[in-house]
Design a binder for this molecule. Structure first.
Ligand code: GLP
Length: 259
């Protein structure tokens, strides 16, 4: 696991560098897209690079998760968020972005179909991730099986409170259920790039990088991934025991070595 501690703007550029490097080598790469505020600067950076010529025309993309039951036109439905924040701003082909169907009549069947569509695409090359204050990735709340696949989950009170800001501050308006890629689904992506900023994420980041691997802090499963990159600002890094070592490692990183 590589930990990079840097100002937020630099973190977004580093993540965009990783995506751009992937697409330059394989214009038909498969991206994993995350919602939440953490990846937004990355999407802005990729849109800027698209304006300079970076094409997403051959790319397919898979979303991490979706609320259950939000109406199709609801602005906070993750499918609509990704469309607004990223897909509509680049040249992704119509239908190139897929997500779990939180409006399906048969939710377990929708989850199985989603797993199959990721497999049919050959798996995800690079997965962008954020992290919840309780250590969730996608919507894999504490207690999630480390071997989990796409399925329905119940959101914790903490996550619903955290996400109420997107629903006019009303916790009651935040759905109680979601469909989410499982931890094993996420772990099958070939490169994981997680972004976190702000002091509220400091404990989750500490656990993710330095805690014991445990379903209590689901993101800790990333310690078992052979190519995981954790991009954090000073505040999110403030509880890392080995912060000085991570800073030194990054400062001394060989110039030829990308993320
Ligand atoms: C939601 C999403 C996660 C995201 C998390 C943190 O719960 N399902 O994918 O990582 O929020 O969001 P933020 O980046 O806004 O703090």
């Amino acid at each position: 696991m590589e930990v990079v501690i840097a100002p937020a703007g630099e973190l977004a550029r580093l993540a965009a560098d990783a995506v751009e490097g992937l697409l330059r080598g394989n214009p038909e790469a498969v991206l994993g897209l995350a919602t939440g505020s953490s990846p937004l600067a990355v999407y802005d950076e990729l849109v800027a690079r698209h304006k300079e010529g970076l094409s997403f025309a051959g790319v397919r993309a898979f979303m991490l998760d979706e609320y259950v039951g939000l109406p199709a036109d609801h602005p906070e439905r993750y499918r609509n968020v990704i469309e607004k924040e990223f897909a509509s701003r680049v040249d992704l082909a119509p239908g190139a972005v897929k997500g779990p169907d939180g409006l399906a009549d048969d939710l377990p069947a929708a989850c199985a179909a989603y797993e199959a569509s990721i497999a049919d695409a050959g798996g995800v090359d690079l997965q962008i991730l954020g992290i919840g204050t309780d250590g969730h990735i996608a919507f894999n709340e504490p207690g999630s099986s480390l071997a989990s696949r796409t399925r329905i989950k119940t959101l914790t009170k903490q996550t619903r409170e955290d996400n109420a800001r997107f629903f006019g501050g009303s916790v009651d308006d935040v759905p109680r259920h979601c469909l989410t890629q499982g931890l094993a689904t996420i772990m099958a992506a070939r490169h994981l790039v997680l972004l976190a900023s702000g002091r509220a994420k400091a404990e989750a980041v500490h656990q993710l990088v330095e805690g014991p691997v445990s379903a209590m802090w689901p993101a800790t499963v990333m310690q078992l991934h052979p190519h995981a990159t954790v991009l954090v600002d000073d505040a999110a890094a403030s509880r890392l025991q080995l912060a000085d070592y991570y800073r030194q490692t990054y400062a001394d990183k060989p110039g030829w070595q990308g993320l």
